[in-house]
Design a protein around this ligand. Structure first.
Ligand SMILES: CC(C)(COP(=O)(O)OP(=O)(O)OC[C@H]1O[C@@H](n2cnc3c(N)ncnc32)[C@H](O)[C@@H]1OP(=O)(O)O)[C@@H](O)C(=O)NCCC(=O)NCCS
Length: 147
């Protein structure tokens, strides 16, 4: 909830502020060794959850508590995931995000991600975008970073 409050005032459905994945949803990420949590003074304040899809590491979630946003934690978490993917021999990273919200697609673009035309993307990416559209999210796009 805290991280999502960054979207207050944006054109997003109200459900974005109340429908959150339960902790169990991140069990596969934890078991896969691709769930990273940042704690500040012993309190978790950010996490990045990714999952391997063959030669691609897909970022399912990246959130920083509202009071800790804008201090470089998200950028460092993402850099860590990129380093991990590179070291493990993944060919690329992928994610879906809001195209025009500054701390979404433009932020990822600043790290080298480019928009991924759904027609050229794997089926799982197209399905993720379709699910998000059904959830009421507008102007979403897929992005990839070739390693
Ligand atoms: C997106 C998010 C994870 C970024 O983490 P963060 O720790 O706040 O980000 P950083 O401080 O590392 O900043 C990264 C970049 O995001 C952008 N950014 C961050 N906060 C911003 C804001 N309030 N307004 C505009 N741009 C912002 C900037 O481009 C920034 O780069 P810069 O510091 O070089 O200018 C975090 O803002 C968040 O949890 N937001 C809500 C949930 C979300 O959008 N998750 C990602 C879904 S794809």
């Amino acid at each position: 909830m805290s991280a999502a409050s960054a979207f207050q005032g944006q054109d997003v459905p109200a459900s974005l502020f109340s429908d959150f994945a339960p902790p169990e949803a991140y069990r596969p990420h934890l078991l896969g060794g691709t769930l990273w949590v940042v704690d500040v003074a012993g309190r978790p304040c950010a996490f990045l959850a990714a999952l391997a899809h063959d030669e691609r590491l897909h970022i399912d979630e990246l959130d920083v508590l509202r009071e800790h946003q804008g201090h470089g934690i998200g950028r460092r978490l993402l850099a860590h995931a990129i380093d991990h993917a590179r070291a493990r021999g993944f060919a690329r990273l992928s994610l879906t995000t809001f195209r025009a919200i500054p701390w979404n697609a433009p932020f990822y673009a600043s790290l080298g991600f480019i928009e991924w035309d759904p027609n050229d993307a794997p089926d799982s990416i197209r399905k993720a975008l379709a699910k998000e559209a059904a959830f009421g999210l507008k102007d979403r796009c897929a992005m990839r970073l070739e390693l």
